[in-house]
Ligand binder design. Structure first.
Ligand SMILES: [Zn+2]
Length: 204
């Protein structure tokens, strides 16, 4: 792109030979490049900016700025219009860590898959208030330890709804043995009374 050094003095300084042998005139860009400048004043761009252009890639300075900004936004995301709202710090959730047999039983009872949602209303403190050593219905001693195998022991403690039509809410729950709970199931007192009366008739 530069004129050969031996032609510099003989020819018009605004003309030069390019490598293909064609004589060309110096452009403002070339002149700026020889002078060691980074920007030069060329033709105004199609977006109506002033003719300021970069020597390096011949682009309009203003247009280049815009496209550059777009690229940067694409890389790190569009800047936020308003600052992100950050509320007060949330208190840390304290997990219930059981250590004794009864506490492990509470955890097992609370997280039982079938009734988990229903028992969510009962807190650990509510459970602790319900703990009894003997079954209130059958009078047998209760165990809270985890049992092996699929067969539940007769004296295993289970949570029972006093009124079966109501849910597992505070005031409607008690702890009875597994045996009592299976016998009771969803029966009402009237039904049980009728059952016993009819059964006694058969035996006596
Ligand atoms: Zn432009």
């Amino acid at each position: 792109m530069y004129p050969p050094y031996f032609l510099k003095g003989f020819l018009d300084p605004t003309l030069y030979f390019c490598y293909s042998g064609v004589m060309k005139t110096y452009t403002p860009r070339l002149l700026a490049k020889e002078a060691g400048l980074k920007k030069y004043l060329g033709q105004p761009c199609i977006h109506g900016h002033t003719g300021e252009r970069w020597v390096r890639n011949n682009t309009c300075v203003e247009c280049h700025k815009k496209t550059k900004r777009v690229k940067v936004y694409a890389k790190r995301g569009r800047p936020r219009k308003h600052e992100l709202f950050v509320g007060p710090p949330k208190p840390k959730r304290v997990l219930f860590k059981p250590s004794t047999d009864i506490e492990f039983w509470i955890k097992r009872s609370k997280t039982k898959n079938r009734t988990r949602a229903a028992r969510k209303e009962l807190s650990v403190e509510d459970y602790k208030k319900l703990i009894v050593t003997h079954c209130p219905l059958l009078g047998i001693e209760l165990t809270y330890t985890k049992f092996e195998g699929s067969r539940t022991p007769e004296n295993y403690a289970t949570l029972d709804k006093i009124d079966p039509s109501k849910g597992y809410v505070q005031g409607n729950v008690q702890i009875v043995s597994f045996r009592a709970n299976t016998l009771k199931n969803s029966a009402s007192i009237e039904e049980l009374k009728l059952l016993i009366a009819n059964w006694e008739k058969l035996i006596l």
